[in-house]
Design a protein. Structure first.
Length: 107
């Protein structure tokens, strides 16, 4: 003898149970909150508030300063045109690197 079950969508059954559990958990959370309404759940320290303000200020700042953005566009245009290599030689770049390294050692 063979028992044949009706085709049931297993995922739907899982989601229904999951939804019901969330509703029950929400009811419990509301009961807990109403009992402890007199005192705050957490308190943000002054240092945390300062960090938050600094982050907001940094988010408002542009990634690249406008004057540097103009320089970068100009440089990119020269590179694309192929004229940048005519202006700068490898020897000049090497001399500047050596100069910067020498200054760093003296500091």
């Amino acid at each position: 003898m063979r028992i044949k079950r009706p085709d049931a969508d297993r995922l739907t059954a899982y989601e229904t149970n999951k939804t019901e559990r969330k509703k029950e958990a929400g009811k419990l959370d509301r009961n807990k909150r109403s009992n402890s309404a007199e005192k705050p759940i957490f308190d943000i320290s002054d240092e945390s508030r300062l960090i938050q303000q600094v982050r907001e200020a940094l988010d408002r700042m542009p990634d690249v300063r406008p004057e540097m953005e103009e320089l970068m566009k100009e440089l990119q245009q020269k590179i694309d045109d192929g004229t940048y290599l005519d202006e700068v030689s490898g020897q000049e770049v090497l001399a500047e690197i050596k100069k910067a390294l020498a200054e760093e050692r003296n500091i």
